[in-house]
Design a protein around this ligand. Structure first.
Ligand SMILES: [Zn+2]
Length: 197
């Protein structure tokens, strides 16, 4: 389904439902942690987990199997939990944390846990299937953190502008920049698009 028009339409609708309707006029950067909590999911920083279980940083990363983030579906309590690495300074400084949380929210909202039940384990999925879910979660992250419709009213001249305004990493911003411009050209030139009449 990824990259199909329907999928992007779906993400777009999700963005409106989740962000715009619940938070009113959107201000950038998108309050991703607030959104996760608003939707009723739990956010647990690695630092709290490490402290509670008396683990070192390395033990914590090994336990979760990633130094980014992961999410669990707890069947008995019917609760989704997003664990994210807040112990790596670089990830805080380059806003990687925001992307990771949005990516995990994507897995939850797009129902990826439904097929797998609990955590998404790389080895329980085929390589192709795992990559598809990852791409979908990344697409969700970029839609929610870099809402084109809002950016359209900002002065965007280079990738750094997107990185600064949306608080995402320079690398992620570089990818969004070209795509945003292609989108903006299409939207602003459409016969019935706003800004043309
Ligand atoms: Zn993922």
């Amino acid at each position: 389904m990824y990259k199909s028009v329907l999928f992007f339409l779906y993400l777009h609708t999700l963005f409106y439902t989740i962000v715009l309707e619940q938070f009113g006029n959107i201000k950038l950067p998108v309050p991703i942690k607030k959104i996760v909590k608003f939707l009723g999911y739990r956010l647990v920083p690695y630092s709290s987990f490490a402290q509670r279980h008396n683990l070192t940083y390395k033990e914590t990363v090994d336990y979760f199997g990633t130094d980014d983030a992961c999410s669990d579906y707890e069947k008995n309590t019917n609760i989704y939990v997003v664990y994210f690495n807040d112990m790596d300074k670089a990830k805080i400084e380059n806003h990687r944390i925001r992307w990771n949380i949005a990516h995990e929210l994507g897995h939850i909202v797009l129902g990826h846990h439904k097929t797998e039940n609990t955590r998404l384990f790389r080895n329980s999925l085929s390589f192709k299937e795992y990559n598809r879910l990852e791409e979908e979660a990344d697409a969700f992250a970029s839609y929610i953190l870099v809402p084109y419709i809002v950016l359209n009213f900002q002065r965007i001249g280079m990738p750094e502008d997107i990185a600064r305004i949306c608080k995402i990493s320079a690398t992620a911003a570089k990818y969004r920049f070209t795509d945003f411009f292609l989108w903006a050209i299409r939207i602003n030139a459409a016969p019935l698009g706003y800004g043309t009449r």
